[in-house]
Design a protein around this ligand. Structure first.
Ligand SMILES: [Zn+2]
Length: 83
């Protein structure tokens, strides 16, 4: 895994937020998004705002976070060759 995969910018995050909330992102992008959200308050607020909007509009299924997400991140971290 390349380091750039995790280097999401806020601009990228804005594009990913809808598929992210719909659970439509591939695992790697999803983890990158999670990581960015962990580090970035602005995007966290933005995602929360979009999430509420989606719920309000009654679109899409509710987002379902993976149960063992931290394990997956740890696993990917451990396997990253360029740390
Ligand atoms: Zn951000």
């Amino acid at each position: 895994m390349k380091k750039e995969d995790f280097a999401l910018k806020c601009r990228d995050m804005a594009e990913l937020v809808t598929p992210y909330l719909e659970g439509a992102l591939p695992l790697r992008k999803r983890l990158a998004a999670r990581l960015h959200l962990r580090l970035c308050t602005a995007c966290r607020n933005y995602v929360e705002q979009v999430r509420r909007t989606i719920r309000f509009l009654g679109g899409g299924p509710p987002p379902r976070p993976p149960e063992n997400e931290n394990d997956i991140i740890a696993l990917l971290d451990a396997r990253a060759p360029d740390r």
